[in-house]
Design a protein around this ligand. Structure first.
Ligand code: HEC
Ligand code: HEC
Length: 220
């Protein structure tokens, strides 16, 4: 009797353990991601995720869940529109499975980001003020509230933006703004949960966008 009870208990525990294992999301394996990431993706993002051209964002040191989400958003579901539209990335990510995307994300996240410099002294103070405090009168929240005081982001939802190319940051803010103003704008970006970035960007002028982008590039 006692033995049967023990056996039943251990079987139940084993089954529960197996169920836990199946439910846990696959974290990705940097070593498995490396061969493709450091060759195919490297053509634009650099072998370690530090790209050299400002149009191609740095992926090094970015949070893996954010990287994975972007890859999924670039990949169109069977016949549908991708959530994040970019002709290059929509094509580049198409052949890969979700497991591979997790591996690429793990690989790039494990690399060290090389930062950028702020280049425009005249707008630095304006950029810093917007970043740290926002603009109360306009109802513009501080970037730091979501992206952290040094731009390192807050996993898993809020990406690292510190040290990213100013040109890329500017382009993304303008894309969020375009979608915020007109949801059908083909040049827009509308994959931010709860319109968090669209609501920020629609309140910003070109000058404010440029100033904050330049400031963020120099953050570390
Ligand atoms: C031919 C150039 C090119 C190649 C090759 C390429 N990418 Fe990209 N990637 C881009 C560009 C350009 C963007 C920015 C798109 C935009 O402006 O919205 C981007 C954006 C991304 C982003 C979003 C980053 C962010 O901060 O939101 C991820 C993730 C990404 N690429 C992963 C990959 C992976 C993984 C591969 C290899 C399978 C790859 N890319 C190959 C050009 C490229
Ligand atoms: C309420 C929270 C919140 C605030 C405030 C906020 N952001 Fe964001 N931001 C987000 C989230 C969430 C994302 C990721 C969207 C996604 O999943 O694609 C994001 C994405 C971004 C991106 C795209 C990063 C990439 O690699 O493509 C940039 C650039 C950015 N934010 C800049 C800013 C700046 C500059 C400010 C201040 C003017 C700001 N954000 C304020 C939540 C916020």
């Amino acid at each position: 009797m006692k033995r049967h009870l023990l056996l039943a208990l251990s079987l139940a525990a084993g089954a529960a353990g197996a169920a836990d294992h199946a439910a846990a999301p696959y974290k990705g394996d940097a070593a498995k991601g490396q061969p493709i990431a450091s060759t195919v993706c490297a053509a634009c993002h650099g072998p370690d995720g530090n790209s050299v051209a400002a149009a191609n964002p740095k992926l090094a040191g970015q949070h893996p869940d954010y990287l994975f989400k972007q890859m999924r958003n670039f990949k169109a579901a069977e016949g549908g529109q991708p959530e994040r539209v970019n002709a290059i990335m929509n094509g580049m990510i198409a052949p890969y499975t979700e497991e591979q995307m997790r591996d690429f994300a793990a690989y790039f996240a494990s690399q060290k980001q090389t930062g950028e410099q702020a280049k425009n002294r005249e707008t630095l103070e304006m950029g810093q003020k917007l970043y740290r405090a926002g603009d109360h009168a306009k109802g513009l929240p501080a970037c730091a509230a979501c992206h952290g005081p040094a731009g390192a982001g807050i996993p898993a939802q809020y990406p690292r933006i510190g040290g990213q190319f100013a040109e890329y940051i500017e382009a993304q803010l303008k894309a969020f703004r375009a979608s915020g103003a007109d949801p059908k704008d083909p040049a827009g970006r509308a994959n931010d949960p709860n319109k968090m970035m669209r609501m920020v960007a629609v309140k910003m002028t070109d000058l404010e966008i440029k100033a904050v982008a330049d400031y963020v590039a120099g953050l570390r």
